[in-house]
Design a protein around this ligand. Structure first.
Ligand code: PMP
Length: 461
């Protein structure tokens, strides 16, 4: 078994950590930090639990760590679907053949909502989906005779991936520094961060003010130069659930200036918020939606840029437009990945996971709210479904943040891990994004484990 292979090493984990540093670049970790971040070495996983080489079992509040394992770990139904597809037609190039799993998955995605989403451009990751979405947007404008519309707006605190386009549209200073020069034509907007709105403003006034600021930037840049705006319906990293009017205003502004709203749903799409997509909570429809992670529950890599019929009519439209180009990847519309996606959609529907996610997630948010009501260091508890954020502050009265060097969030994350529980901290916002299959009992355990780590660290300050 896998475990025996590791046991055969004299110093199994130490050796493998050294090998890992030598042979495997650890994503998302600065080069110098790879040595400190010694493992742990995952060897197996089932449901919402991950087991490491020491036999420690972690309760997984993060769907595998980066939100992809939305059906939990070790699903035989998805594995069976993948096996069946691989032994029937594992892959052929979309350049040469069309394939049934991708057509079926595209059709299913189009039917998930009434947002007019129609055509899926299937790739292999979230970053590729984002980049493809920008290509689709450029194709749309070029097809309309506006090839000079090439700029994209993105927001502070936003994250859209690690390719050059993804990094250029993300507010990650490390990537921006290390990958420079960035792609041209990306313009930063302020985040819509309701908890940190100016004193005396209602959420709705703040939503309007944020939208007004977007419009002002568009006018300053020149609407005729702008192709699209990249904005998650609910920015996941800090769990910034926007005021209801904000996205409606964003939609109006995009329509006014013929700018496409690319709603990046890589993190939250396909069920995480208790709806198929986050935009459904706000009664608005984007022009292009990106998806990855949850689309296959992490079983096989897949991403998609999904365009509405309106956008595709323009792109497919007349003679000139049919020349429109979007990048063609070897693994575009990979049949096996799409078969995994179909199995995941089946499971979500059959097991009513949208309903349980909405219900159990809401219960977790309520549990944190009542637990921390009036707490001097818990400024805000927010979320939708299984996307939950708890913002820790030095003073809940003034919302003053903790000093950065205290690394409060980091300490909570490390403490939880020591206690065999996986949570995430982005700055001092503690985030949870459990799998859609999380039961009420799992949820109770996760709430208890989160509070334990938070309370211990706050108690030591
Ligand atoms: N967009 C969003 C909103 C994401 O959360 C992520 C990944 N965390 C990406 C894009 C990039 O996806 P990937 O890591 O698969 O390239």
């Amino acid at each position: 078994s896998v475990t025996n292979k590791y046991e055969a090493h004299h110093n199994p984990i130490g050796d493998l950590v050294e090998d890992s540093i030598r042979f495997v670049w650890r994503h998302g970790v600065a080069a110098a930090a790879t040595r400190e971040a010694r493992g742990p070495l995952a060897v197996s996983a089932s449901g919402v639990h991950v087991t490491d080489a020491d036999g420690r079992v972690y309760l997984d509040g993060l769907s595998g760590g980066s939100a992809a394992a939305t059906l939990g770990h070790g699903r035989v139904d998805v594995a069976d679907a993948v096996h069946a597809q691989m032994t029937t037609l594992h892959w052929v190039s979309l350049r040469t053949f069309i394939n049934e799993p991708s057509i079926e998955l595209g059709r299913r995605i189009a039917g998930l909502t009434d947002a007019g989403l129609q055509t899926s451009f299937f790739v292999s990751s979230g970053s590729e989906a984002v980049e493809s979405a920008t290509q689709l947007a450029k194709s749309y404008h070029r097809a309309k005779g506006n090839p000079e519309r090439t700029k994209f707006l993105y927001r502070k605190t936003g994250y859209h991936g690690t390719t050059l386009v993804g990094a250029s549209a993300s507010d990650n200073q490390e990537f921006r520094t290390w990958f420079a020069p960035l792609a041209p034509g990306f313009v930063e907007l302020d985040a819509c961060y309701p908890y940190r709105r100016p004193d005396g403003m209602t959420e709705e006034e703040y939503g309007d003010a944020c939208a007004d600021a977007i419009e002002a930037t568009i006018l300053a840049e020149g609407p005729e130069t702008i192709a699209g705006i990249l904005a998650e319906s609910i920015p996941a990293a800090l769990v910034l659930v926007p005021p209801a009017n904000y996205l409606r205003r964003l939609r109006e502004i995009c329509d006014r200036y013929d700018i496409l709203w690319i709603d990046d749903e890589v993190f939250i799409g396909v069920g995480r918020t208790g709806r198929w997509f986050g935009f459904e909570h706000f009664g608005v429809t984007p022009d292009i939606v990106t998806s990855s992670k949850g689309i296959t529950g992490g079983y096989v890599p897949l991403g998609a840029a999904i365009a509405t019929g309106r956008v595709m009519e323009t792109i497919y439209g007349d003679g000139a437009a049919t020349q429109a180009k979007v990048s063609g990847h070897t693994y575009a519309a990979h049949p096996t990945a799409c078969a995994a996606g179909l199995a995941v959609l089946d499971a979500i529907e059959k097991e009513h996971l949208l309903e349980s996610t909405a219900r159990i997630g809401e219960g977790m948010i309520e549990a944190f709210r009542s637990r921390y009501a009036g707490h001097p260091n818990v400024g805000d508890v927010r979320g939708k479904g299984f996307l939950i954020g708890i913002e820790l502050v030095e003073d809940a009265g003034t919302k003053a943040p903790f000093a950065k060097q205290l690394a409060v969030g980091r300490r909570v994350m490390d403490r939880a891990m020591e206690q065999n529980f996986m949570l995430r901290a982005t700055g001092d916002v503690i985030t949870l994004f459990p799998a859609l299959v999380t039961t009420q009992q799992d949820a109770d355990d996760m709430v208890a484990a989160t509070c334990r780590a938070i309370d211990e660290v706050l108690g030591e300050l």
